[in-house]
Unconditional design. Structure first.
Length: 299
């Protein structure tokens, strides 16, 4: 049965791919946009400003909330840190307030990140029941998820999708890694032994659609591949698929000098497992990093 689904952050890498996927399977998709709506496929909203009218959401079956200031590729200034936090907290709070005023439960798949677990977990296996970590992103993710509680208390089935590093042929984390790999100057970042919680864009989108359909899956859900891999292994697999070497290291001090605090997300280790997702019956198209690398080169 087709569904009416609203997406925030629909212009981003994940949001645009999810929108196309849902339309392709026959769903009706509307985008929440921060400007006047241009047609019936858009809903105008202003997180942190005027309230969102509950009537704008009343015909929906599900909301996928992906909006938030991008994290990657830049040094975090104090202003950027504030915007990373504000953009997530205010938008989630705005949606929760509107949902609490509806008398029909709407499925809410709300963004979060594996940053919840912190960046200093080493080889510890992390599932949805693992404790929160320390640091800026861990604190942001905890506050971000907490904003949905009023909607959950009002009877809306809420899932927090703790997304890892999304691998895509264009955009995402690899927009920085692929060019240097093609040039033959890629390699370990820092030690290269830190675990990166990766997932392909294809599986990210499929998992989000799965969660839209499976309202019984609530609470935190790790959106990561089932076979953890270190950064060095990921870099080597992608380089091998491209027929290029992966032997040029980038020392940790260089990354910290260039990227500041953001370097912690690159050098930190998170061995995250998708326990809830796999227990719910979801299967991955790209379950290991070699399959993912081959897909990246063929997409």
């Amino acid at each position: 049965m087709s569904k009416n689904v609203a997406i925030t952050g629909a212009s981003g890498l994940i949001g645009s791919a999810l929108s196309a996927h849902l339309v392709g399977r026959g769903d009706t998709v509307v985008h929440l946009v921060r400007r006047p709506a241009r047609n019936s496929a858009e809903i105008s909203w202003h997180p942190g400003g005027e309230p969102l009218e509950p009537s704008a959401l009343s015909d929906l079956d599900a909301i996928v909330h992906l909006a938030g200031e991008p994290l990657s590729g830049r040094r975090w200034t104090s202003g950027m840190r504030a915007e990373i936090r504000r953009s997530r907290i205010e938008s989630t709070r705005t949606l929760a307030k509107a949902l609490t005023q509806l008398d029909r439960p709407i499925r809410w798949v709300s963004g979060s990140a594996t940053g919840f677990y912190g960046t200093d977990r080493g080889g510890e296996e992390l599932t949805e029941t693992s404790s929160a970590g320390r640091g800026f992103l861990a604190e942001v993710c905890q506050a971000w998820e907490a904003q949905t509680q009023p909607a959950a208390d009002a009877g809306h089935p809420v899932a927090h999708v703790r997304t890892g590093i999304v691998l895509a042929p264009h955009g995402g984390a690899l927009q920085y890694l692929l060019p240097i790999t093609k040039a033959g100057v890629a390699g370990p970042l820092g030690s290269g032994r830190q675990f990166w919680p990766w997932i392909t864009l294809t599986d990210q989108v499929r998992a989000l659609a799965w969660l839209i359909d499976h309202r019984e899956v609530t609470g935190p859900v790790n959106l990561v591949a089932p076979t953890p891999a270190t950064q060095g292994r990921i870099s080597a697999s992608i380089a091998s698929a491209m027929g290029r070497p992966s032997v040029v290291p980038t020392p940790s001090p260089v990354l910290k000098l260039v990227l500041g605090e953001f370097a912690d997300t690159i050098l930190g280790s998170q061995r995250v497992l998708p326990q809830v997702l796999t227990d719910s019956g979801f299967t991955f198209q790209h379950g290991d990093i070699d399959a993912a690398a081959d897909w990246l080169m063929s997409a």
